[in-house]
Design a protein around this ligand. Structure first.
Ligand code: SIN
Length: 487
């Protein structure tokens, strides 16, 4: 029986930074579902927040809390902000090249709901891709692709490993400690900015095993996404564009977001997304991101990837404006854990990154706090894991295997239905009636002949709809429309 000291599920920023913290003499396996760069980190554009210095910590904490509608776990926010000083320095010292000015000083940008410019970036608008590449190069441990986890081996409050298909072959992987770094739930939604690999499987396993998910009603929708492509992952237009001065306008060129919040384009993401959604619904007009205030050479140098990607679609900046829509972007909630990534009542199982529900984001994540959360809490989980010392673990046998029933014939049809109902009824604007309809549809799908992976998606979808139904008042990204607030 092959057994690892540590198994990490996911090769995004949290998983790779956790691997970087584990000593070379530990037997570590990092697994990812597809190729390693099919993860949300790779597609992150804007940057990584870092407190500028000790004095900025309280301001970063208060910006994060305000964006999160004060639903955040304040201790987690303080840890994140305070630790950012050390973590950012560590990453830079190890060789990560963030963008600098001619004099060699780090360049900071601003995104919505930040009081000051405190976001560092790389490759202009390719921060995630640069950080991911950097961490892939730094990783000394074994990384195995094409590994789809479909079960956690749990008995009597302890995790012993996972069952997974490795290159389509059902396989059991044992480990003393398992770190979940599998990301969020993007593929549940018809319109999303996420990698296609991010499909809520591990959340669904947790639901099945009675492991609690927290704050699942708080799903974040990014306001500026180009959705007019046939691919599942829609194209993000980073918030840094608005941070640098881009405008959101309707067909008549009006900056209507000031009707919804005095900060206009720089209000927090939930407010901007709702403003766009409501304006479109009310006027029937298309909404655009307008770059006409920028100088061409500057724009191309600051946003090279957006220039290139949209160039291939026929858009030329700054003169062309791009039609935009909000789309699902990030799960603010996740698998409930403490600030060390430990899951209550569970031995040998940690969760970090977007999959984790530390409460750090509250009801709505502040822009660019996600890459930071990934590194800060990955390090804390590994520190905690290493502090336990070696424990002799006797592994039980796990007979039950779903490896040959991962998919069933009609799964694709149900999956599309689910994605549509999540978008329509558990999306930016919710109603009690819509949530009940969604709940019934999800329940109904569960009673059909379906494969294991769809079952897991449905488990997570149920957790989201239940959480949304139990919060009757609007808060942050969870917005309940009633006759009183309808406009
Ligand atoms: C963006 O670049 O707008 C996304 C950053 C984030 O999700 O925090």
């Amino acid at each position: 029986m092959e057994k690892y000291d540590v198994l990490i599920i996911g090769a995004g920023i949290a998983g790779l930074y956790a691997a970087m913290q584990l000593p070379a003499d530990k037997k570590v396996l990092v697994v990812c579902k597809d190729i390693p760069w099919e993860c949300n980190t790779f597609y992150a554009q804007g940057g990584m927040t870092t407190a500028l210095n000790e004095e900025d910590v309280p301001l970063h904490v208060s910006d994060t809390m305000a964006a999160g509608a004060y639903h955040n776990n304040k201790e987690a926010v303080e840890i994140m902000s305070q630790t950012s000083l050390k973590t950012t320095a560590d990453i830079i010292a190890k060789g990560m090249a963030f963008d600098k000015d001619g004099a060699g000083h780090l360049l900071y940008t601003k995104e919505a709901a930040h009081s000051v410019e405190r976001i560092i970036h790389a490759g202009g608008d390719a921060t995630g891709r640069y950080m991911h590449y950097f961490m892939m190069v730094q990783n000394r441990h074994q990384l195995q692709k094409n590994t789809l986890v479909y079960d956690l081996l749990i008995e009597n409050g302890r995790c012993y490993g996972v069952k997974a298909t490795v290159n389509y072959e059902p396989t059991t992987i044992y480990a003393d400690d398992v770190i979940i770094a599998s990301g969020g739930v993007g593929s549940l939604y018809a319109y999303n900015t996420n990698s296609r690999t991010v499909s809520a499987d591990i959340h669904g396993i947790c639901v099945e095993k009675g492991i609690e998910l927290a704050d699942m009603e708080f799903m974040q929708f990014h306001p500026t996404v180009f959705v007019e492509t046939p691919y599942a992952r829609k194209l993000l237009l980073t918030e840094a564009l608005r941070g640098e001065g881009a405008h959101v306008v309707d067909e008549s060129g009006r900056r209507f977001l000031f009707d919804y919040d005095e900060r206009g384009e720089l209000a927090s993401r939930d407010i901007v997304s709702r403003g766009i959604f409501k304006h479109q619904r009310k006027t029937g007009m298309k909404v655009y991101l307008d770059f006409s205030m920028f100088e061409e050479a500057w724009f191309e140098q600051r946003f090279p990837n957006i220039t290139r990607t949209f160039g291939t679609l026929g858009y030329h900046f700054p003169q062309d404006r791009v039609p935009i829509s909000p789309a699902f972007h990030y799960a603010n909630g996740g698998i409930k854990c403490d600030t060390n990534g430990s899951i209550p009542g569970m031995e040998g199982l940690y969760v970090i990154g977007e999959a984790a529900g530390t409460g750090v984001h509250g009801a709505n994540r502040l822009a660019s706090n996600s890459l930071l959360e990934g590194v800060v809490f990955a390090k804390r989980a590994v520190d905690h894991l290493l502090s336990k010392g070696h424990q002799e673990v006797k592994t039980p046998t796990f007979e039950k295997d779903y490896g040959n029933i991962l998919h069933k014939e009609n799964d694709k049809i149900y999956k599309q239905q689910l994605r549509q109902v999540m978008w329509d009824d558990i999306g930016i604007i919710r109603t009690t009636k819509g949530l009940h309809e969604a709940k019934n549809l999800i329940y109904d799908m569960k009673n059909h002949e379906i494969g294991r992976l769809l079952q897991l998606r449905l488990n997570t979808a149920s957790a989201i709809v239940e959480a949304a139904l139990s919060r009757t008042e609007s808060l942050g990204s969870h917005y309940m429309e009633t006759e009183q607030n309808k406009d």
